[in-house]
Write a protein that binds this ligand. Structure first.
Ligand code: NDP
Length: 446
């Protein structure tokens, strides 16, 4: 077998047989394969060497136990993984997630997506993802530190600035990166850019914290410009109140839009007057410092808090920025019925396949692998700064971030241009695929 099978059903049934029960991974591959297989069928250059078969098999998966001691002296054990998916175009790169829902399937889906996303940025980064089923909620700083140190005691063998460079993701922010990087330094006896998202005082890049959220809004601005419209004056629904959501809200406010919602896993707040800078400062303090619940916002500003998700709220723009599968078909229909113009994903795979199908055919719809690539892009810039032992200014980093988001947009348009509107999903899938496939072909069968 050396020719890629271009029939989607046959391809998927083989993949499902090889990866039983891994529904998140199946869904991610299905989305990519349904665009890439027809592209391969039409392009002789990509028909040999089983390119998509090879790209759906991770280079390796490292699985290990993380033992740690809680504040009451109890010994605890969690499971952790690093999925090194593909290093054809650069060292492995991708975040680490701490959440009780983390499984090998979730990390394979994220590592697979990351390979395409990193390719789209134009920077030399391969794809990876890691994490643990550890739940950081309610843990003390000491417990978090001991967990992170134990995790790194095993992980440090597999990472390094030219090998694999992890970053943050759900449940892993500046605090956790600091603890993990500290332990890496201690064990490796080196100070290198082996992780990104570091504190600015120890090799982090200014603008990294903001990059994913700001990047999503920059991408939305490009989509709106492409249809001779803009962001200013538009209303927006945003989910989440973590790293991505906070800085998505910030850039929306800076560009003159009116964000109406924010959420966490307990529910969402709806502020019809709009979240402004002062209210956003309150959410930042609530979430980044006090680690409280979003309901406090409703109590302070006298607006509605509801359990559930914000997708029934009428708005021009939507930004799901919390987690996977947080927006289903009914949610998508409700947004469309309420006059949605465009949706850009801040989270990874927040829309279910059914929702994606509806959105793709009715509004401007940007998949996460294109619209949330700003975070990993600035991580790539952090790697460059670490290698050169320099620190760029926020203006320099922001300028490069905007250029990268514009280039990703152009790549999506190049491969996704359609009769009614650009199909950003197809554009991102094929745009991400070609660069990795070219590299795979030129490096021989490895
Ligand atoms: P955070 O942990 O900072 O924030 C996650 C947010 O989502 C929190 O508000 C959390 O609420 C909410 N959330 C988590 N799980 C659920 C759930 N099951 N239902 C409803 N809300 C939930 O993570 P990030 O902001 O870093 O990441 C968010 C998404 O963006 C993820 O999909 C991630 O993979 C993706 N992403 C992140 C990047 C980054 O640079 N950080 C880069 C690219 C993509 P609560 O506090 O109650 O748990």
């Amino acid at each position: 077998m050396s020719k890629t099978c271009t029939d989607l059903d046959t391809f998927m049934s083989g993949l499902k047989k090889r990866n039983p029960g891994q529904k998140e991974f199946h869904a991610a591959v299905h989305e990519v394969a349904s665009d890439v297989l027809p592209f391969i069928a039409d392009n002789k250059d990509y028909q040999g060497e089983c390119l998509l078969e090879r790209l759906t098999e991770p280079d390796r998966i490292i699985s290990f136990r993380v033992s740690w001691v809680d504040d009451d002296g109890n010994v605890r054990a969690n499971r952790a993984w690093r999925v090194q998916f593909c290093n054809a175009i650069g060292p492995y790169k991708g975040g680490i997630r701490f959440h009780e829902t983390v499984t090998e399937s979730v990390l394979k889906f994220l590592g697979f997506e990351q390979t395409f996303k990193n390719s789209l940025t134009g920077l030399p980064m391969g794809g990876a993802k890691g994490g643990s089923n550890f739940n950081p909620k309610g843990k003390s700083d000491g417990e978090i530190m001991r967990f992170c140190q134990s995790m790194m005691t095993e992980l440090h063998r597999y990472i390094g600035p030219d090998k694999d460079v992890p970053a943050g993701d759900i449940g892993v922010g500046a605090r956790e990166i600091g603890y993990m990087f500290g332990q890496y330094r201690r064990l490796s006896h080196t100070f290198t850019g082996a992780m990104t998202g570091k504190g600015v005082s120890f090799g982090g890049s200014v603008g990294r914290k903001e990059a994913t959220g700001h990047g999503v809004v920059y991408f939305m601005r490009e989509m709106m410009h492409a249809v001779d419209d803009g962001i200013e004056g538009k209303t927006a629904v945003v989910s989440g109140s973590g790293n991505v959501a906070l800085y998505c809200l910030e850039k929306l406010i800076q560009l003159g839009a009116k964000p109406l919602t924010a959420s966490d896993s307990s529910g969402f707040i709806h502020d019809p007057d709009g979240i402004d800078e002062e209210k956003l400062d309150f959410i930042k303090d609530l979430k980044e410092v006090r680690r409280g619940r979003i309901k406090e916002y409703a109590d302070k500003y006298g607006c509605n808090f509801s359990e559930g998700r914000p997708w029934d709220i009428k708005a021009d723009l939507a930004f799901p920025c919390a987690t996977q599968n947080e927006l289903d078909k009914d949610d998508a229909q409700s947004l469309i019925d309420n006059g949605l113009i465009a949706l850009a994903e801040g989270a990874n795979m927040p829309c279910t396949s059914d929702a994606q199908h509806l959105l793709r055919n009715n509004v401007l719809y940007a998949p996460g692998k294109a619209s949330n690539a700003g975070g990993v892009a600035v991580s790539g810039l952090e790697q460059s700064q670490n290698s050169q032992r320099v620190s760029w200014s926020i203006e320099e980093v922001d300028k490069r971030l905007q250029e990268i988001m514009e280039k990703i947009h152009c790549k999506c348009v190049k491969y996704g241009e359609g009769k009614d509107r650009t199909d950003y999903v197809r554009g991102a899938n094929i745009g991400g695929f070609t660069k990795v496939a070219d590299a795979l072909q030129q490096c021989g069968v490895v």
